[in-house]
Design a protein. Structure first.
Lengths: 242, 99
């Protein structure tokens, strides 16, 4: 219950540290930013629409899901719901980070949460664990380069995506499943990961064959989430609050 | 404005709600029920799995080999880039060899 009353560190030092922390994220995200633009163009989006998507949604995996569904010409509301479903995990990030930035002004929080992508959450958690304060300037320094390059990469990708010669030979059409598999694997240390993945896989394949696309996404995901909720241990010493 | 632009803007609003909603709603509670937390924890893996499984099912030798390699590299090495590059390399190579 210790309320920290340390004065918010400001100044160029915090900003510079944030910029330094953003570098690995910018580099790692770059191929996917370009890939998104290329696939968006491949699925019939204009360069403007690809950039608009990166600039306003700013969430890689869900953007990929979105353009995959744009290509299949499904109902608009279903695309919106699917993107929302993929991004639902942000609710947990938001709840966790929110407790650590109570010293920010309301406007700072409104902006900060807009920029709360997976790596930003990871970086903020890392900084919190180091015992350092999550100042607004540090956060801005860490997040803005990721944002600016992400939007620019969508434009670059959309331009080059149009001149992509043989997408089958280059494997472009199958890069998304590989990328999604990589994201799935990234969660493998979470509790109940294997049962959740197994049940979601089986349920989505059955739904794909019976109900059809894109319902297999919601049905398969719901099966996995339900399993996790049912299998979760509810008694015993796991009540630690951060 | 085109339908596409409207879809993008609606999705952007929904995404922003997930980023601000957790702070606004969940922080009001002392703690989250363990089952709810476990369910929320499982959301990303569950959703993303449904995007891989049907693709894997309808894939050929090259696609399955690429996914298997990717999963193995992710387990042994970790990180997105090594997994992604190896898997893509296997895919492209096998598609050239098998056709």
């Amino acid at each position: 219950m210790a309320t920290d009353i340390v004065k918010d560190s400001t100044g160029p030092g915090e900003l510079a540290q944030g910029l330094r922390d953003s570098l690995p994220v910018v580099v790692a995200a770059a191929p996917f930013g370009v890939l998104f633009g290329a696939l968006a163009a491949d699925n019939g989006l204009t360069a403007f629409e690809a950039m608009l998507m990166s600039a306003t949604i700013f969430a890689g995996a869900s953007q990929m899901v979105g353009i995959e569904l744009f290509g299949q010409k499904v109902a608009p509301w279903l695309i919106v719901v699917s993107i929302f479903a993929v991004n639902f995990r942000h609710v947990l990030y938001s709840a966790t980070l929110g407790r650590k930035i109570t010293h920010w002004s309301p406007v700072q929080r409104l902006l900060g949460f807009f920029l709360l992508v997976d790596p930003m959450f990871a970086e903020a958690e890392r900084r919190g664990e180091q015992g350092k304060r999550i100042s607004f300037l540090w956060y801005l320094g860490a997040a803005l380069p990721v944002y600016v390059t992400w939007v620019a990469e969508a434009w670059v990708g959309a331009l080059f995506g149009r001149m992509m010669p043989d997408t089958h030979a280059l494997g472009i059409d199958f890069l998304l499943p590989i990328y999604f598999l990589g994201l799935v694997m990234g969660f493998h240390k979470r509790p109940l990961w294997l049962p959740v993945v197994a049940v979601s896989a089986v349920a989505s394949i059955i739904a794909y064959k019976t109900v059809g696309s894109p319902w297999h996404v919601s049905i398969g995901a719901f099966a996995g989430v339900l399993l996790a909720a049912v299998m979760a241990p509810t008694s015993g010493g796991q009540e630690e609050q951060p | 404005m085109s339908t596409t632009v409207w879809i993008i803007l609606a999705a952007a609003v929904m995404t922003y709600l997930t980023r601000i909603g957790g702070h606004m709603i969940l922080s009001r509670f002392e703690r989250i029920h363990p089952r709810v937390e476990a369910g929320l924890n499982a959301v990303p893996a569950a959703v993303l799995t449904t995007l891989v499984a049907p693709a894997a099912m309808s894939g050929g030798v090259a696609e399955l080999a690429a996914l298997a390699t990717g999963a193995a590299v992710a387990f042994l090495v970790g990180g997105m880039m090594p997994m992604f590059l190896t898997s893509a390399a296997v895919l492209i190579l096998l598609r050239h060899l098998i056709g």
